[in-house]
Design a binder for this molecule. Sequence first.
Ligand SMILES: [Fe+2]
Length: 312
Amino acid sequence: MARVRLLHLSDLHVALRLLRMRSSRFEAHIHHEAVRFVLGLGQQGIDAVLLGGDLGNSGWKEDLDEAKKYVTGPWPPGGIAWPSMSQVGKPLLMLPGNHDRFVAPWLATPGNREFDRVFNPTWTSGRGGVQTFLLPGDDQPLLALVCADFTLAHEHDASHHAGHWGQGRVYPAVLKKLVAETVRCRALPTAPAVAWVVHFAPEFPNLSSTLQLIDEHDLTKAAAQNGIKYIFCGHTHIVGHGPSPTQPAVTIVCAGSVSCVNSGIDTSLHVLDFDVDAGQIQRLARLDFYWQPGATPGTGTFVQKHSKPPWP
Ligand SMILES: [Fe+2]
């Protein structure tokens, strides 16, 4: 049995100009602490850091450049020194979320492609893209994380008015690429185990329709048909995991938000330990670390707490 250890962060919502939305108010000092946490964990054998989308609070270049400071380092090149997650020396994996596709901080029209430019070469698959990250590396991969961008291409693809703020859609063309990439990975010489990563949380219980992944059942059905045991996601800002209500062989694993602090949400990050054998994930263990504010405003740290029971 081989072990792959992943740090799963989602929903950073970094912004230069804050949209004071209930679910996406972020605190810069938590970002700094999250970077320190990542760099500390780097000493303890993590293989990669997965950023599950909504790195920026909008797809506006200035917001994404600010997010990039925390992720891959100072911008512009040669700018001031700024601790970043890339200093952990392990692969950074990422995909965009709905906020990363907003046209501007004050305009939540979807479809912005700025994320693809700012985070090139880490995310190279573009809008509606599917991209595979092999772990622990390309040489002898044990685990393939296949990431799919289900963000809305157009405002009118939402199911109702204002849905474009928080909805995604399982576009058939993207799903087809996701399945094809899964088949390709399984045919690699090492026959790695395959898991899927999306930003939106499919079949998450009691989720507002404005945050829904439209046609989510198509995704879980395809996962079951292709032997995918786990779909990793974020977006809800609530920690949760459990079997898909419609496809019980598929487990949905949802991260909290690493740096948003509002009542009713989970400010958290997660360590995922995969035990892999014979091209299958035999066991997944998750360690949850929650933000605990310090006595002084602007201070705090992440502390481990017991995992919640399945689904919130
Ligand atoms: Fe989101």
